[in-house]
Design a protein around this ligand. Structure first.
Ligand SMILES: Cc1ncc(COP(=O)(O)O)c(C=O)c1O
Length: 451
């Protein structure tokens, strides 16, 4: 056989080999390459799938309504942008764009992050002896990851409400954590209509019997996916329950994480700091085994979705504890994304450093918030008139219809060219994306779907 013949035989053999392997691999592509955890990752994101359906409908010329995505859109469908932030980013000096940020974040940004989390009560809390630390992160998601990675023991459960942002599961399971949930709303007579305090306490005590660290995540105010915000009484009751549990279970570390991704669009943006201040002012002792931490995101508040900027801001009375947390979070960030983007940290710190800059940002924020307030009020009113049992909804980007068959409701709405997102336990209505004139159509579609 000449050289060409040898080559041909080799190729034929390889092809035969390949055809033997292919059928085996097709069912489970990459199984020999991906580890078992990686193989559990499936790319079926309901939000993007339903957004794609909306876009298909538009492409066919339908007058479709987009209630799918989680970004604030103007009434003309374009992305709402805080013009003051945009202008400031564009004015950043080249070196602030090109250089790395310090690994834990720019000092001025870390200072700002504490103020964004705590508002005017920051100085009062610090004066009362509460020590704070902040680490810059790749968005609010990065802050959630820092917490998942460090505040719970591998294999343990993290306590969540039963309605929560879908990616929580991924951040947690990536750190080998499971979830335990309690109902979003009480089904009994309660002075706190937006908190199932009994459910929360029961699950907290279950975890305290089996774990030496308990982490609780709550997305408040302006909960995704419902738009729910706790009342001052609800916040206080929850804090009291956590403090009480920490005092009784002194060998169990308690971390209460407040995911404040939407707080700057809420009626009471710094309600949690206010609640903490009131509790301290009344002389509640802060147990040593309790940490309060805020997962801050600038994605929405500063319309910096793509600039991936946020922070984890932690509070504890013992400075040595916050210093240790500072180190641990800095190292985790380093090992995950290195440093968070510099230009956004620089821009917002400069902007909020002057009264005029802060006021200009606020004015734009108020304009964007007004879009949400108007859409929410219109939806509540229209649903009321049509007897659509919309869940209580107060602030932020979303509203929610609780339903045992969310897919059927979303499909029935889609038939009327209204695109919403079916999630566990209900349908998410992305008020952030729906133009005001289309809100009545959303309520009508829900009413028809429920018939
Ligand atoms: C509830 C909740 N938490 C946190 C985030 C984190 O946002 P990002 O990582 O974009 O800052 C989001 C974003 O959609 C969210 O909805």
């Amino acid at each position: 056989m000449n050289e060409t013949g040898v080559q041909l035989t080799k190729i034929k053999r390889q092809l035969k080999e390949h055809s033997r392997i292919r059928p085996l691999m097709d069912n489970d592509a990459g199984a020999g390459l991906l580890n078992p955890y990686a193989q559990t990752k499936v790319g079926s994101d309901a939000i993007f799938a339903w957004w794609a359906r909306y876009k298909e409908a538009i492409a066919t010329g339908a007058d479709a309504v987009n209630g799918t995505i989680g970004a604030l859109l103007e009434d003309d469908g374009s992305l709402a942008i805080n013009a003051v932030v945009d202008e400031a980013v564009r004015k950043a000096p080249p070196v602030e764009i090109a250089a790395y940020a310090p690994l834990k974040g720019l000092p001025a940004f870390l200072d700002l992050a504490k103020t964004l989390a705590l508002g005017d009560r920051r100085s009062d809390l610090e004066a009362m002896g509460i020590s704070t630390t902040a680490t810059a992160s790749a968005g609010g998601s990065g802050a959630l990851y820092l917490a998942a990675n460090n505040f719970a023991n591998r294999g343990d459960h993290v306590l969540l409400r039963d309605r929560h942002w879908g990616p929580y599961k991924g951040f947690l399971s990536g750190c080998d954590l499971k979830t335990l949930t309690y109902p979003l709303l009480p089904t009994y007579d309660s002075p706190h209509p937006y908190l199932d305090l009994q459910g929360f306490k029961e699950q907290l005590s279950v975890l305290c019997t089996s774990q030496d660290k308990v982490m609780m995540w709550i997305n408040d105010p302006a909960h995704n996916p419902t738009g729910l915000s706790l009342t001052p009484g609800g916040r206080m009751a929850m804090l009291e329950a956590v403090m009480e549990s920490a005092s009784v279970n002194e060998n169990v570390g308690h971390t209460l994480l407040l995911d404040v991704a939407y707080h700057l669009y809420a009626d009471e943006p710094h309600g949690w700091a206010e609640t903490l201040y009131e509790a301290m002012n009344e002389g509640w002792p802060w147990p040593e085994n309790l940490l309060i931490t805020f997962a801050l995101s600038l994605s929405k508040s500063h319309t910096m979705y793509g600039l991936r900027t946020g922070a984890l801001v932690s509070l504890h009375p013992d400075e040595t504890v916050t210093e240790r947390i500072d180190t641990v979070m800095g190292v985790t960030g380093r090992q995950t994304w290195s440093a968070a983007p510099r230009v956004s940290q620089y821009t917002v710190s400069e902007m909020h450093a002057s009264d005029e800059g802060g006021a200009a940002w606020s004015k734009e924020r108020d304009r964007l918030q007004a879009l949400l307030v108007e859409r929410r009020s219109a939806l509540i009113k229209a649903c009321d008139e049509l007897n659509v049992p919309l869940n209580p909804t107060h602030d932020g980007f979303f509203a929610w219809l609780e339903h045992e068959n969310p897919s059927a409701i979303a499909e029935a709405c889609a038939e009327q060219h209204v695109y919403l997102v079916p999630l566990t336990g209900g349908v998410r209505i992305g008020l952030c994306a729906v133009p005001i004139e289309q809100i009545p159509k959303v309520a009508q579609a829900l009413a028809n779907a429920l018939e």
